[in-house]
Design a protein around this ligand. Structure first.
Ligand SMILES: [Mg+2]
Length: 233
């Protein structure tokens, strides 16, 4: 197979971000939250829920930044507990609501895989490249990836921030990716949808970044693709 300029002979491994790159909540997270709100008899609108979710999510990002991007399983649970509470403040039993939502997203059935993955991952593997997933998700990523057949070619090398102890964009996280890949940093193509966490973090650590930018939000970024299939010829 002809390969693209992304896969020059120096590239030995391709690592992918998970959520927003290979995996997408299906239905979207805001709809899952809205369904629980309806069951609870809350009158929150979908717009309110989505806005609160975004604000709460961003606040947790800033908390992580202030903490030097350190993380662990309990930090991840705390993140989601706070996001659920801030997004659905009217829940009669916030703890139960948190557990329901946390469990929901641990199931493969809560996710869809990027439509290109089923062709792109086997093609990359057949080029002799090592494939992996490097994610800021938590231990729930293992059962999710394990249950989605389209991700099988990338399943063997999984790097999860809560296990590493640092999350993207920390240098320590990308050092763990390099360790797992077993090759030089600049021999790893790192594909992700987040400019700071994926593209900039990987670049700062010496990996070869590619921003997945399907909506063309970052025209100033040179190393970007519209779709995963653009990684091939
Ligand atoms: Mg992402």
């Amino acid at each position: 197979m002809a390969v693209s300029h992304w896969l020059h002979p120096g590239i030995q491994a391709v690592f992918f971000d998970a959520v927003g790159t290979l995996l997408f909540p299906n239905p979207p997270a805001s709809q899952v939250y809205a369904a629980i709100a309806r069951e609870e008899g809350l009158s929150d609108t979908a717009t309110e829920i989505e806005q609160r979710f975004r604000v709460a999510f961003r606040a947790e990002e800033e908390a992580d930044r202030a903490g030097g991007w350190v993380t662990c399983e309990s930090r991840e649970e705390t993140r989601w507990r706070r996001i659920v509470q801030a997004t659905l403040p009217g829940l009669s039993d916030p703890d139960a609501g948190f557990h329901r939502l946390f469990a929901h997203f641990s199931h493969p059935t809560a996710w869809r895989v990027h439509p290109d993955a089923a062709t792109v991952l086997p093609a990359l593997r057949d080029c002799g490249l090592k494939l992996g997933i490097a994610s800021n998700f938590d231990r729930r990523l293992d059962p999710v990836v394990g249950g989605l057949d389209a991700l099988a070619p990338a399943r063997e090398l999984i790097v999860i921030s809560s296990s590493v102890g640092f999350r993207k964009p920390a240098a320590e996280f990308f050092a763990a990716v390099v360790d797992v890949a077993g090759c030089r940093a600049d021999a790893i193509l790192f594909v992700g949808d987040h400019i700071e966490n994926d593209h900039d973090g990987a670049a700062a650590a010496g990996l070869a970044p590619v921003l997945l930018d399907p909506e063309g939000r970052h025209p100033h970024v040179q190393r970007r693709v519209n779709s995963l299939s653009d990684l091939l010829a």
